[in-house]
Design a protein around this ligand. Structure first.
Ligand code: ANZ
Ligand code: ZN
Length: 824
């Protein structure tokens, strides 16, 4: 053609660097509390392992689309990022490579920050934080002191989950199928002095408020509900026989009370010592306890038990009941004691058969008659009570209530609720974590560090050998301090806090991470979180119980301590699927990783983002595909060439759209607004980014079809809408092309395109309707309506109906645009 310059090549590397530099120069995504509607969009912050992986790219691309979309819609968007910077890998790397954890972490953060910048994520970098920074964890230490005052933090001796290979304690939430969540080795129980957070004090509220989380996936709610594990039942007291004292059991089946033939205690139950001490049973009990301790947690294969030789009394019949120690009773649940009902509990049944204890049937199912002598398994279902004195004949549900009332009347028991949830053990015998701010003094005992002395800073020069034991304990300059109360020589606590403590409140600190005088600035806190919480949170399903439960707990604690006004931290939660390659989760250990840097290098950040967003809906697993990436890259190349090639025609575009429009213009105009409608719904309501992108691709195809014939103003509208709709997904190339077609103002100022409902309306025409060749009516139908729609409209017409009467239509003749003839 004429003198038009050739179309330049699409060079993602060049234009991406250009726009990233510009956003940085303009501090484009920095926000402070202000006017207008606030929106807080947050992705789970990364652990600074050194390099980001495709899972991060996916997670952060999803968050960035939401953040950019809502910003374009005129909302004020908080979209921060930071680093979950404490933890074991830094320490292990230090032991292996002799690099200090602080150095290692800082280098990794620098690396990953550069990678995130190269992906063009719209973060407010002025709010970046790292949890290993004393300016961060000093507030955590303050919260710890406040929790200590309220009994929400306490020190207790208890059986803990010990991971030998990590050399530290794990919380229950960190034990997955008996194995360490981090290193996958078998976890064993161990007795230790530990710091705990009293999460059980919030069990009821954590459970109840799940009902308010309508913006959470049902799956996560179910997992949390099961984890909290509420059971309704009764606590029943069995007085000891021949000596003072009693055993309290927890049961969900008080209706089976008359079927009790023994009572079993956990090996660690506090009464065990008194019951077997000095008797011939002592050795056997101790041997059993040792076997339980040595076995992996939750792994009770064989039901084992030993008699204590001691007895208790049945609270209603007064019968003597033997007391046994059993390996399947756990100390951490209920009361650590169980009433044994072999006929109706399978574990008790197996145990009773193995030990020759009697089986007594007290519940008869509706359609069978159980016989204790011939039963081969316990009947655990409902039925009618038998052999239960005045309760005989009651259905088991009613029996539960009636037996409980009878026990209450005799002061031998009460209705009770038990939770599976245990207190959160937060002590870690490791170096790279937030120090616990207490001191032990020979005279004063445990003394909290005064708040004015915070932070207790983690010392930098420690010797990390990996030999086990807390490295801080060997560091005299840290551990030896004067007692804050009496001044005598004292010792600091040398355990550090579980890193899940830091991630339980980081989203709150983002509102004012710069503040050195208070944890949260009230104005920023009220504006960004208020009583709402984070508007959209995005992260992996693997945190369904761990992090998401801890963050809920911490939010409620900080509310009760007066720091925040929130009941729940995250209003909406999106759990993104995994990135899969060759049928397995993409991971270093599987050797199937694709390095995001390679993708950026080869195709550009926009292509990497677009692939993650297009290849699957966010909640689904994403199957890696090289062709998929190629496809995205080709699409962006097509958009690039399309915009450049129509550029000369756009220069001719008049400002207003032509009226009336010719057919080509009208169809493109309608397609443009159809696309606005679809993309707005898909991105705004449903978070279906893949279908949104597909809609823009269709628009691009439609534009290309008519690029030489469509009216220039309508063409300009279509091109501009296409770029504005693409902006959240591929921010660099859309910004560049926006400039290419002559806009001085950045694309971000243009906002989200408005939908013109009139453009969606279809044209209508009047159509004569004949019956047996005689004109009987005129109907109005859409110009592009099909035959079925036209006939249906005709049959619904009042005049047509009067003339047809009861006669059925035998056939119809449609002359499109001219007339419809009905033959009867
Ligand atoms: C007597 C009984 C009779 C029971 C019966 C069941 C069936 P959930 O639903 O999980 O709360 N139990 C109580 N404390 C225990 C502990 N520390 N270790 C092991 N088992 C324990 O289960 C409650 C039931 O688990 C309780 O009800 C108790 O056995 C057992 F026909 O009591 B049941
Ligand atoms: Zn002291």
């Amino acid at each position: 053609m004429s003198g038009e310059p050739p179309i330049p090549r699409y060079e993602p590397g060049r234009i991406e660097a250009k726009w990233q530099a510009r956003w940085e120069r303009d501090r484009a995504y920095e926000v402070r509390a202000g006017d207008g509607a606030p929106v807080y969009v947050l992705e789970m912050f990364p652990y600074p392992s050194g390099r980001i992986h495709m899972g991060h790219v996916r997670n952060y691309s999803i968050g960035d689309v939401i953040a950019r979309f809502r910003r374009l819609r005129g909302e004020r968007v908080l979209h921060p990022i930071g680093w979950d910077a404490f933890g074991l890998p830094a320490e292990n790397a230090a032991i292996q490579n002799k690099a200090h954890p602080a150095r290692w972490t800082a280098d990794n953060i620098a690396n990953m920050r550069a990678q995130l910048r190269r992906l063009g994520f719209s973060y407010d970098w002025s709010r970046e934080l790292a949890t290993c920074d004393p300016r961060y964890y000093r507030w955590e230490q303050l919260f710890f002191l406040r929790m200590l005052e309220r009994g929400l933090a306490y020190k207790g001796r208890s059986q803990v989950n010990w991971c030998e290979s990590c050399g530290t304690v794990l919380a229950n939430e960190q034990v997955v199928d008996g194995r360490c969540w981090r290193c996958d080795s078998t976890v064993r129980p161990r007795e230790l002095e530990q710091w705990f957070f009293r999460i059980t004090a919030y069990a009821e509220e954590l459970l109840r408020d799940l009902d308010r989380l309508s913006g959470w996936p049902e799956r996560v709610i179910t997992m949390q509900r099961n984890w909290i594990g509420r059971s309704e039942g009764a606590e029943i007291r069995f007085p000891l026989d021949g000596r003072p004292g009693e055993i309290t059991v927890f049961t969900t089946r008080p209706d089976t009370l008359f079927g009790v033939t023994f009572v079993s205690l956990a090996p660690e139950h506090p009464l065990v010592g008194a019951l077997v001490g000095g008797t011939e049973c002592q050795a056997a009990v101790e041997a059993l306890a040792a076997r339980v301790r040595a076995s992996a947690r939750d792994d009770v294969g064989v039901k084992e038990g030993v008699a204590t030789g001691a007895y208790c009394r049945h609270p209603l019949t007064g019968a003597r009941v033997p007391i046994v120690i059993a390996n399947f009773v756990v100390m951490g649940y209920g009361t650590g004691a169980v009433m044994g009902v072999p006929a109706h509990d399978q574990r008790d049944f197996e145990f009773a058969r193995a030990c020759g204890l009697p089986v007594v049937v007290v519940i008869q199912p509706e359609d069978a008659s159980l016989d204790a002598a011939t039963m081969t398994a316990a009947w655990e279902g409902p039925g009618r009570m038998v052999a239960s004195r005045e309760f005989d004949g009651l259905p088991s549900e009613e029996g539960k209530r009636r037996v409980t009332s009878a026990l209450e009347a005799k002061d031998a028991g009460r209705a009770a609720v038990s939770y599976r949830l245990r207190d959160w053990g937060i002590s870690r015998q490791r170096y790279w974590g937030a120090p616990i701010p207490v001191v032990y003094c020979g005279r004063c005992g445990m003394v909290p560090v005064p708040a004015t002395d915070l932070p207790v800073v983690l010392p930098e020069d420690v010797v990390l050998t990996g030999a086990g034991g807390s490295p801080l304990a060997a560091e005299a300059s840290f551990a030896d301090v004067p007692c804050p109360r009496c001044g005598a020589a004292a010792r600091r606590e040398t355990d550090t806090m579980d890193t899940f403590v830091e991630s339980s409140w980081y989203f709150l600190r983002y509102v004012s991470p710069w503040s050195d005088t208070q944890p949260f600035e009230p104005d920023e806190l009220a504006y960004w979180l208020g009583t709402r919480g984070v508007d959209q949170y995005i992260g992996g399903i693997e945190h369904a119980v761990l992090h998401l439960l801890y963050a809920r707990f911490f939010t409620k604690v900080l509310r009760d301590l007066g720091y925040v006004a929130l009941d729940e931290p995250f209003r909406k939660l999106l759990t993104q699927g995994m990135v899969i390659k060759d049928g397995a989760k993409m991971s270093k250990s599987k050797g199937n990783v694709v390095d995001p840097d390679y993708l950026i290098e080869r195709y550009g950040a926009d292509t990497a983002r677009l692939f993650c967003l297009f290849a699957a809906p966010p909640e689904r697993d994403l199957d890696w595909s090289d062709q998929g990436v190629e496809g995205m890259s080709r699409f962006l190349g097509r958009v690039w060439r399309l915009v450049w090639s129509v550029r000369p025609r756009l220069a001719d575009a008049g400002a207003p759209l032509p009226a009336p429009m010719d057919e080509v213009a009208r169809a493109l105009h309608r397609r443009t607004h159809e696309t606005i409608r679809r993309v707005t719904e898909d991105v705004g309501d449903r978070l279906h980014f893949n279908t949104a992108i597909a809609a823009v691709m269709e628009l691009a195809g439609a534009v290309a079809d008519v690029q030489d014939t469509a009216d220039p103003a309508v063409l300009r509208e279509a091109i501009e809408v296409m770029l504005r709709l693409l902006a959240p997904f591929v921010p660099h190339v859309s910004a560049e092309l926006w400039e290419t077609i002559g806009h001085g103002e950045p694309l971000e100022r243009a906002g989200w395109p408005a939908l013109d409902a009139a453009a969606l309306a279809r044209d209508h025409v009047e159509l004569p309707v004949q019956i047996n060749g005689k004109l009987r009516a005129r109907i109005v139908v859409a110009a592009d309506a099909g035959a079925d729609e036209i006939v249906a409209t005709a049959l619904a017409d009042e005049h047509v109906r009067t003339h047809l009467g009861e006669r059925p239509v035998r056939k119809h003749v449609l002359v499109p645009g001219r007339m419809l003839n009905l033959v009867v």
